[in-house]
Design a protein around this ligand. Structure first.
Ligand code: 13P
Ligand code: SF4
Length: 332
């Protein structure tokens, strides 16, 4: 017989238990964290209130590195499914929790592993590099995983005559090709959030703010990246805004990152680059499924948990470890 929570998780993706409205959720989450020896990892695209109580906030590379070295017994991943899977692959003996199992990823979904396996068969002499934004199954089909902050360096670290398949993001792949001058076979996937920026609305903003620097994530399309003053991962963009003297930035990525930018540089102005619709900024609907309430219930009940077959963990671990080794060697 299923418990109410199992039914909740199967139908809604999260535990929908009532919470005492008088409870101070932030305080309770802090208390539960200590009691359970848990750590909260949050991606920069999470709601500000979640970022503020996380033990570590980062981009995909930083979060993977953190997941690999934490000695907590429980990891609560405030991010999306593939990120929590990466934490489970690197820490198979820990309990890895995701506040909402339905927090998926359009990019990851754009590359079903059974189709990628067939694609790969067409290029038997190619090395497979996959962007970390993909399922554990896809990682298990790869030789090296990369993130947006190390993709260029990982490709550059390989012999020049090495043939490469790159997936699943065609935009990051095209950016890496441009930066390295290497031809790669690209899988035709993309992130819905980074493909809907409006060129026209960005141009209008740049006219209105002539002092502004335009910074963009490499998941954006080529024509957007072509106009950028800086291109980088979320942590790369954050670092740039801290070190660069400009007073204003137009930021082409998910709007959650603006919270840390504003915190780090309170006197500067950050404007989210607008999408091709009536909204002012771009939110990832998957990332934003996580809420403080879901995080509290998840930590309290220790569900939903990420469970992966041991065989997938073992196969997916190798390409991630290879990425971490190359990154460490290159001092990234
Ligand atoms: P990074 O934070 O690694 O740049 O990744 C961006 C992203 O889209 C995560 O889902
Ligand atoms: Fe996936 Fe794009 Fe959302 Fe990142 S921003 S989780 S790549 S859909």
């Amino acid at each position: 017989m299923n418990t109410t929570f199992e039914i909740d998780i199967a139908s809604k993706g999260y535990i929908d238990a009532a919470i005492d409205p008088e409870l101070d959720l932030v305080e309770e989450i802090e208390r539960l964290k200590k009691e359970k020896n848990a750590v909260i990892l949050a991606h920069y695209y999470q709601e500000s209130e979640i970022q503020d109580l996380a033990d570590y906030i980062g981009d995909s590379l930083g979060l993977s590195q953190q997941a690999a070295k934490t000695d907590a017994e429980v990891i609560v991943f405030a991010g999306v499914h593939f990120m929590a899977e990466t934490a489970k692959i690197l820490s198979p003996d820990k309990k890895v929790l995701l506040p909402d199992l339905k927090a998926g990823c359009s990019l990851s979904d754009s590359c079903p592993p059974h189709l990628f396996a067939k694609f790969k068969e067409r290029y038997p002499d190619h090395l497979v590099i996959t962007y970390v934004n993909c399922t554990a199954e896809l990682k298990a089909l790869s030789d090296i995983v990369c993130t947006s902050s190390n993709a260029v360096q990982i490709v550059e670290s390989l012999p020049e005559d090495q043939k490469i398949i790159f997936g699943p993001d065609r935009n990051l792949g095209a950016y890496v090709q441009k930066k390295t001058g290497r031809e790669m076979v690209l899988w035709n996937g993309a992130c819905m959030v980074h493909e809907i920026f409006s060129q026209e609305r960005i141009d209008a903003l740049r006219m209105a703010y002539p002092d502004a620097k335009f910074i963009a994530h490499p998941e954006c399309e080529d024509h957007i990246l072509d106009q950028a003053d800086f291109i980088g991962s979320t942590s790369g963009m954050l670092k740039f805004t801290i070190e660069d003297p400009s007073p204003v930035y137009i930021v082409a990525t998910e709007s959650g990152i603006l919270h840390q930018m504003q915190k780090a540089s309170p006197s500067k102005t950050f404007i989210p680059a607008p999408p091709n619709n009536l909204c002012a900024c771009n939110d990832c609907p998957h990332m934003k499924l996580n809420t403080l309430e879901k995080l509290y219930n998840c930590l309290y009940h220790e569900q939903p948990e990420i469970v992966l077959p041991l065989d997938v963990i073992n196969r997916a671990k190798k390409p991630i470890e290879r990425m971490l080794e190359i990154s460490a060697k290159l001092g990234l």
